[in-house]
Write a protein that binds this ligand. Structure first.
Ligand code: AMP
Ligand code: MG
Length: 357
């Protein structure tokens, strides 16, 4: 099952009828195993969206696990053979971001979880291979865990024009599903801006990015889903220009077996779906790859560690804002989102707290 869009476009589409405001152009498409859409405003919107879409297709061709010629497939095929594989500079940069998130999160985010994901039938490859969701035997998971945690190497030439990468251990495989779409969102923002767009809302499978403001000069607004109630929203807030908002939640992809639910975000320490006390983790960042990687990492770490990390203000933590939805109904919202924040979760039994540094 593909990830559904975890946010609503709020208000942005209502503007199209207003004569003095620029026409909105919206394109929906499918890439990176999920549905995507771009809405842009202004005279150059249609052409710019087409160019941005081509950029997503280019990145998908580099980062796909199912296409044999992709950088990721070629790295996975040569895992452990000691050779540095030539990859696109964008792939090396993505791996560097992934490694940074992995190290900073004490491996709550792990870019080489593919063998474990495949054992659960959650591999990014599952739509192609029709893999069946299943609960792996404990000994099967124990045998796969040594293939995780050893991070890829990645290097760029001095002029940034060429790059190479490798996986240290035989049998290892990359799964960049927790970071690639957010990284792609960053590329789309740049591409739209280069093509003359100064107002757009981008939605790449759970990663929402704002280029500029809405026509008329107010910020775009995004909503966080109620993880327990499809179609309901817990809160709405303004997404500042240039920011990406990513949500990770167990409700996005899961299966049931013998009355238990198993979701697709795995705790790399155990090989089992993370049970950290969070129903969802939303991260807002000016770096799309970080928003995506950290939403996954903080979902794995849980509310206490996530808030401790945010309060430290160190490294990426200083640049992120969070909405953490805990299983006990508590919603933690960091202070950067306080302005223009509307909470709608009371009736469903949620309550929120603005968290300060
Ligand atoms: P996201 O929706 O961004 O949280 O990404 C979830 C996807 O990332 C899963 O479908 C897996 O492909 C992969 N994944 C699951 N758990 C982890 C993890 N702990 N670290 C990195 N990637 C993960
Ligand atoms: Mg993610």
């Amino acid at each position: 099952m593909n990830k559904t869009l975890p946010f609503l476009f709020l208000f942005s589409l209502l503007l199209t009828g207003c004569a003095r405001e620029p026409q909105a152009v919206t394109q929906q498409f499918f890439a990176m195993d999920t549905s995507m859409s771009i809405t842009a405003y202004g005279a150059d919107a249609a052409g710019a969206i087409t160019a941005a879409q081509q950029e997503v297709f280019r990145l998908d061709a580099l980062w796909s696990r199912t296409r044999p010629e992709s950088d990721v497939s070629r790295l996975n095929d040569r895992a452990g053979d000691g050779a540095a594989v030539a990859v696109a500079p964008d792939t090396a940069l993505l791996l560097m971001d992934a490694n940074a998130a992995a190290l900073e999160s004490a491996l709550a985010f792990d870019p080489v979880l593919a063998p474990v994901m495949d054992a659960w039938g959650f591999g990014s490859a599952d739509t192609e291979t029709k893999a069946v969701h299943r609960v792996p035997a404990p000994q099967e998971l124990r045998a796969l865990l040594p293939l995780t945690r050893d991070l890829p190497t990645a290097s760029l030439s001095g002029d940034g024009a060429s790059a190479s990468a490798s996986l240290p251990l035989p049998g290892q495989a990359l799964d960049l599903g927790a970071i690639a779409k957010g990284a792609a969102a960053g590329h789309v923002m740049e591409s739209l801006a280069e093509n003359g767009v100064d107002s757009a809302l981008i939605s790449l499978g759970g990663n929402i990015s704002a280029v500029g403001m809405r026509p008329g000069g107010t910020p775009f607004r995004v909503a966080v889903k109620d993880p327990r109630q499809a179609g309901s929203y817990l809160c709405v807030f303004s997404l500042a220009p240039g920011k990406t908002c990513s949500t990770s939640g167990g409700y996005e992809r899961f299966f049931e077996e013998n009355g238990r639910t198993y979701h697709h975000i795995i705790d790399p320490a155990t090989g089992y779906p993370a049970e950290s006390g969070l129903l969802s983790a939303t991260v807002v960042s000016e770096n799309g790859a970080w928003a995506d990687a950290w939403s996954t990492a903080l979902f794995v770490q849980g509310p206490e560690q996530a808030l401790e990390f945010w309060r430290s203000g160190e490294g990426a933590a200083g640049l992120l804002d969070l909405v953490l939805v805990a299983g006990d109904g508590h919603v933690y919202v960091t202070e950067g989102l306080e302005e223009d924040f509307d909470f709608q979760g009371e009736e469903a039994g949620y309550r929120y707290e603005i968290v300060r540094r």
